[in-house]
Design a protein around this ligand. Structure first.
Ligand code: ATP
Ligand code: NAG
Ligand code: NAG
Ligand code: NAG
Ligand code: MG
Length: 338
């Protein structure tokens, strides 16, 4: 069993208070000795106590919570039955395999505000004790980290060094590439070797790492399919992965605006799962608003949620089926209504 970090902290406090009083009042020496003895016994049974204070690449800080991920996908993620199933299967399979042949590579696609960053956060939180704050989770945003096309060669070697350095530090590292659409295709190609089936590259094994790509590429064709289902009177839940999969990889691959454009990532099947995110409907936006109110410790108010949801722009204009910005502007809208 893992000792709880809180217990360790408590012992630590006890000890320091014991030591302090000892300096003032000799009678407490007995207490201090008692506490010290307890602590010694404790350290003897958990020799790696040090690791409870500093995040490090060990199971105390990195361990997959399968039920936690499933619960989060079920309760916190709205309207994404396809993505939810793929993510759960993919991450469960990968994290419970002690000897994966290649790193896990996921590519999430969909309109803005449909939950791409949100899903990567849920994954990180159920693997790393510190979630997105973990020093083993790295987010690269193309417009922030790689803004100038002209400095491509510098970015390339920098990115390769970062990935190599970080995986050398901890093989269970997670890399999230945000705004893949805006990334130079050559930059994607330069990380290809890390995603492939190699035992190791220059002595470093990348097989336990996780790579997640986020982009809007393919979002329009996903939305079109969802709209076709809606127009045909079929429920959203009837949309299957196979209705979207081919379409998605084609539209991503052949779209010259996408960071994937004709990259060998797709050519060589290095992406394990293309994850389509469906555009969100009115009822999902209401759910997002309710969840956000709960997160702010204000009593969820259906009336406010409705007002927020009504404020958004929907597509197509006449039928108002899908929220154009998904759940993205809910937070600021709530500030206004609450
Ligand atoms: N499907 C969803 N279920 C629950 N909450 C959601 C969902 N989609 C979005 N949200 C909420 O909206 C916020 C914004 O979503 P997120 O940042 O994940 O969008 P995105 O898909 O990354 O969009 P973009 O393409 O603009 O980066 C999230 O923090 C989350 O609170
Ligand atoms: C895993 O997640 C569940 C649900 O969030 C939580 O109750 C449980 O304590 C977690 N388990 C561990 C080992 O952290
Ligand atoms: C790990 O990646 C970060 C960027 O997220 C970078 O700043 C850092 O230098 C990298 N570490 C190593 C050891 O390369
Ligand atoms: C991208 O493709 C479209 C048509 O598919 C074309 O009109 C446009 O000029 C292309 N842009 C670039 C930068 O190649
Ligand atoms: Mg995002």
């Amino acid at each position: 069993m893992k000792p709880r970090r809180q217990h360790v902290l408590l012992l630590w406090l006890l000890l320091s208070s014991g030591v302090l009083t000892e300096a003032i009042e000799p009678i407490s020496t007995t207490i201090a000795v008692g506490v010290a003895a307890t602590l010694t016994a404790f350290i003897a049974s958990y020799p790696n106590m040090f690791f409870y204070f500093h995040e490090c690449c060990r199971p105390e800080w990195i361990s997959f919570n399968r039920t936690g991920l499933q619960a989060d996908l079920d309760k916190k993620l709205f309207g994404q039955h396809i993505a939810s199933r793929i993510i759960s299967k993919a991450v469960n399979g990968f994290m419970t395999n002690n000897n994966p042949k290649k790193p896990l590579v996921l590519s999430l696609h969909g309109w803005t505000g449909t939950g791409k960053n949100f899903i990567s956060k849920l994954i990180a939180e159920n693997i790393y004790e510190k979630g997105m704050q973990s020093s083993f989770v790295h987010v690269f945003t193309s417009t922030l980290h790689f803004p100038h096309q002209s400095q491509f060669l510098e970015y390339k070697s920098q990115l390769q060094q970062w990935i190599k350095g970080n995986v050398t530090n901890c093989e269970r590292s997670m890399f999230i590439f945000d705004e893949m659409d805006k990334m130079h295709p050559g930059l994607i190609d330069c990380i290809k070797p890390y995603l492939d089936y190699y035992d190791n590259l220059e002595g470093v094994s990348y097989r336990k790492a996780i790579f997640v790509f986020l982009s809007n590429a393919g979002g329009d064709s996903i939305a079109q399919t969802a709209l076709d289902f809606w127009k045909g009177g079929q429920s959203r839940e009837e949309i299957k992965l196979k209705d979207l999969e081919t379409l998605l990889s084609l539209s991503v691959f052949n779209n010259n605006q996408s960071g994937f454009f004709r990259t060998s990532l797709i050519d060589k099947n290095l992406v394990d799962f293309f994850v389509p995110l469906l555009p969100l409907e009115y009822k999902h936006v209401v759910q997002c608003a309710m969840a956000e109110m709960e997160a702010r410790d204000t009593k969820p108010n259906q009336h406010v949620a409705d007002m927020v949801a009504k404020d958004l722009i929907y597509f197509p204009k006449a039928e108002r089926v899908f929220s154009v910005k998904g759940c993205k502007t809910i937070e600021s809208k709530l500030d206004y209504y609450l």
